[in-house]
Design a protein around this ligand. Structure first.
Ligand code: NAD
Length: 274
């Protein structure tokens, strides 16, 4: 596993397991146990996934030490004020059976995110979170946050995959030294990337799967990835991406298949900034 260093010096395993929509307790337990066995140490959950308690149980059952794990959770939109954010954080800690988080993110840039950020800064200053960040922030929301933030976010977790590459946002985040983390790194299994001709050819040339080529492409862009699967063979396959390299020509070919195809709501379409 390779680590990236965040702008505050914290090391984050560049590949982790996402658990969005994994609500069945047995699926959670089995997929986290499989992932740990395969070498995953980074797990991405959120209060709104309603599975933090299951993640906490599955991790508590393993013999991997807490300091060797990297746990991310996110504060949801229904939480708005400073005090609510502090309370929501402690609720997440309790469910996850831990006394600190490695990364805590504002899940969406809904109104009042500056106040939420002040609470995150305070939790960070108290040593309860190793790194703080945001999710689904486009440039306007990030600019607005930076205007009042005392601490610059370490991470922005945004939808990113070969049909929605986020080249401009990536350049903007890179300039700011804010790590770009991809959610939906495999296009959530519904974007069409698994039948793409360019990816099919590159996968065949490396004797790898399309999922592995996509994950490798993200890693070579210095992007953090958290692919989700509940199937043991796919969980194993998704972390088996550190033994090959895509050439510059292959990276350029993949850059060329971008369709700017967003699969989720666009924060810029809403009146988020009022
Ligand atoms: P993903 O891109 O990881 O796609 C997961 C789907 O891809 C699986 O359900 C399966 O259909 C397919 N898949 C996985 N491995 C495969 C393989 N090896 N071969 C073929 N198909 C494979 O989508 P995701 O789960 O939405 O995103 C990953 C994680 O990102 C989530 O689990 C969650 O932790 C996080 N996330 C965050 C936000 C946010 O707003 N911050 C939104 C969505 C997801």
């Amino acid at each position: 596993m390779e680590n990236l260093t965040l702008n505050n010096g914290v090391q984050i395993p560049q590949l982790g397991l996402g658990v969005f929509l994994v609500e069945d307790a047995n699926d959670l337990k089995n997929s986290i146990a499989d992932a740990l066995k395969d070498g995953y140490r980074h797990f991405d959950t959120a209060a709104i996934y309603h599975n933090e308690a299951g993640v906490g149980e599955a991790l508590a059952e393993s013999d991997v030490k807490r300091e060797d794990l990297f746990i991310t959770s996110k504060v949801w939109d229904s939480v708005q004020t400073y005090d609510e954010t502090i309370a929501a954080f402690h609720e997440s800690l309790k469910k996850l059976q831990t006394d600190y988080l490695d990364l805590y993110l504002i899940h969406w840039p809904s109104n009042g995110y500056e106040e939420k950020w002040r609470a995150m800064e305070s939790l960070y200053n108290d040593g309860l979170i190793k790194a703080i960040g945001v999710s689904n922030f486009e440039q306007p929301q990030m600019d607005k946050l930076l205007a009042s933030a005392k601490i610059k976010p370490m991470v922005d977790q945004v939808e990113t995959h070969p049909y929605f590459q986020r080249k401009d946002l990536n350049a903007y985040l890179t300039d700011l030294n804010i790590a770009h983390e991809a959610w939906g790194p495999l296009g959530q299994g519904k974007s069409g990337v698994f039948t793409d001709a360019t990816l099919t050819k590159i996968a065949a040339d490396h004797d790898k799967s399309i999922a592995q080529v996509i994950l490798r492409w993200h890693l070579q862009r210095n992007i953090i990835v958290i692919p989700k699967s509940v199937h043991a063979e796919r969980i194993a396959q998704n972390i088996d991406v550190f033994d090959f390299t895509l050439s510059d020509a292959e990276m350029t070919a993949i850059a060329g298949i971008d369709k700017n195809q967003r699969g989720s709501a666009d924060p810029n379409d809403e009146d988020w900034l009022n």
